[in-house]
Ligand binder design. Structure first.
Ligand code: PLP
Length: 393
C-alpha cells in the first residue's frame, strides 16, 4: 500500500473497501454528527455493545443481587477479561489480569519486580516519561535514576539496576521503544523490565511474550475502548508468577479467598496481584470492548493502524502552509498509538480545529496529537481530516 501515490477521496474509499476491519467500525456508536474524533486518547469511542452491557447489569443486579457474583460471573471477570486481552497484547494465556487503575498497577508491578532483585537498588526510568510513571517510581523507591533515550538507558544499565521501567510509547511524540531489544539489553545486565503500554495496547504490536518482557501495565480506556475510568490491566511473565511477592496482599489474591484464613497465602500465578472486590460495572464495559477482538486478527489491526498513520502524514505533508511539522517517527514501526505534529501555536490551533469539528489533543509546549484507532477509524475519516487541516490554517 505504501507504494500507492495518494490522490483523492476515491483512493481512501478504496482503502476502506479493502479493509478487513471495516465491519468493526459499524460496531461503534456514532458520535456527534460532523465531528471527527482524533483525541489521543483520553477515551476511545463507545462500542454499541457497551450500552447493552449496562442494561444487562441493571437487570442482573435487580434480580440476582448476591447470586450475581457467581451466576453472572462477576467475580472472575479480572481473569476472564485477562484471557480475552492476552492475544491483543501478545501475552501468554494466564498472564494478564484486568484490575485497578494504571497508576496502581504500576506501583504493584514495580514492587513485585523489585522483590525478585533484592540485591540491587536502582530503578531506571526515562526523563519525560508519562508523569504518573515517574511519580509512582520516585515515591516507591529511594534510588530512581532518570535517563534519556535508548543510548542513555544503555549507558546507565549497570549491575545495581534492578528494574528498567519504561513508557513504551512517548505520550508527546509517539516515539515507540523497541521493547524486545531493550528487554534483551536489560536481561544481559541482570535487570528486569516493567513496561507501561498505555499508548500502545490495542493500537500497535506489543508482543510481550515474544519480546521476553517481565512485567507490563496499561490502561483500558484509551485504544482498548473500555469506557470512562475503565479498569486497567497488568501482565506478569509466567516464569516469574510463582516467585514474586505481591505489593498488596489483598484477600482476592489469597490462595483461597473464601476460606477466610487468618494467615495470608498468595494464590498461584498472576492472580495474587488481585487486591479486592472487582468493579463489576467497569468490567462489563471493558468486556464489551474486548469482545470486539474475538473476530479480529491483531496483526491486521496493527497493519491498518500503521497505514492510517502513514496516510495522515502524507496528507498533512501535501498541504502547503499547514504549519504542522511531523514530531513522530516517520517509520510506523517506531510510532505508537497516535501521530504528533509540532505547531508554533499548537494550543490555539487545537482550539481552532475543534471549532471546525476536529478533536485532536494538545500537549505543551507545541504538540498536536491525533489518536488513531484501527477499530473505529475509516480511511475516509483520515481524508476528511486532511481536508479540514488544509482549511484551518
Ligand atoms: C493514560 C496513561 C496513564 C494513565 O494512568 P491512570 O492511572 O489510568 O490515570 C498512565 N501512563 C501512561 C503512559 C498513559 O498514557
Amino acid at each position: 500500500m505504501s507504494a500507492v501515490v495518494v490522490r483523492g477521496q476515491a483512493d481512501f474509499k478504496a482503502m476502506d473497501a479493502a479493509d478487513p476491519l471495516a465491519p468493526v467500525v459499524k460496531q461503534f456508536a456514532v458520535g456527534e454528527p460532523g465531528v471527527l474524533y482524533f483525541d489521543a486518547n483520553s477515551i476511545g469511542a463507545m462500542p454499541l455493545a457497551a450500552q447493552d452491557a449496562l442494561v444487562r447489569l441493571g437487570d442482573e443486579w435487580r434480580r440476582l443481587r448476591r447470586r450475581g457474583w457467581s451466576d453472572s460471573d462477576w467475580l472472575d471477570a479480572p481473569q476472564r477479561l485477562g484471557r480475552k486481552l492476552a492475544p491483543v497484547i501478545g501475552a501468554e494465556p494466564g498472564s494478564v489480569l484486568v484490575c485497578d487503575s494504571t497508576s496502581i498497577n504500576l506501583h504493584k508491578m514495580l514492587l513485585a519486580a523489585l522483590s525478585l532483585r533484592p540485591d540491587r537498588r536502582t530503578v531506571l526510568v526515562e526523563d519525560g516519561a508519562f508523569p504518573t510513571d515517574n511519580y509512582v517510581a520516585e515515591n516507591a523507591v529511594a534510588n530512581v535514576r532518570r535517563v534519556a533515550g535508548p543510548e542513555g538507558i544503555a549507558r546507565a544499565l549497570n549491575e545495581d539496576v534492578a528494574v528498567l521501567f519504561l513508557t513504551h510509547t512517548d505520550y508527546r511524540t509517539a516515539y515507540r521503544h523497541d521493547l524486545a531489544a531493550l528487554t534483551r539489553l536489560a536481561h544481559e545486565r541482570g535487570a528486569l523490565t516493567l513496561w507501561d503500554l498505555s499508548h500502545s495496547a490495542g493500537a500497535v504490536e506489543t508482543a510481550l511474550a515474544a519480546g521476553n518482557a517481565d512485567f507490563a501495565v496499561g490502561c483500558g480506556y484509551k485504544y482498548l475502548c473500555g469506557g470512562p475510568g475503565s479498569p486497567a490491566w497488568l501482565y506478569v511473565a509466567p516464569r516469574h508468577q510463582d516467585k514474586v511477592r505481591p505489593a498488596i496482599a489483598g484477600w482476592m489474591g489469597h490462595a483461597d479467598p473464601m476460606a477466610f484464613d487468618a494467615a495470608y497465602r498468595p494464590a498461584p500465578g498472576v492472580q495474587r496481584h488481585l487486591a479486592g472486590t472487582p468493579p463489576v460495572s467497569g468490567n462489563l464495559l471493558m468486556e464489551a470492548a474486548l469482545d470486539l477482538w474475538t473476530d479480529i486478527d491483531p496483526a491486521r489491526a496493527f497493519a491498518k493502524h500503521s497505514a492510517l498513520g502513514d496516510r495522515l502524514i502524507e496528507l498533512v505533508e501535501s498541504i502547503g502552509g499547514s504549519g504542522l511539522a511531523l514530531a513522530s517517527p516517520r517509520e510506523s514501526a517506531r510510532r505508537g498509538g497516535f501521530v504528533a505534529f509540532r505547531h508554533a501555536d499548537a494550543k490555539q490551533h487545537a482550539a481552532a480545529l475543534e471549532r471546525a469539528g476536529v478533536i485532536a489533543s494538545y500537549r505543551k509546549p507545541d504538540i498536536l496529537r491525533f489518536g488513531l484507532s484501527p477499530l473505529y477509524h475509516r480511511f475516509e475519516d483520515i481524508w476528511e481530516l486532511g481536508q479540514r487541516l488544509g482549511r484551518v490554517q
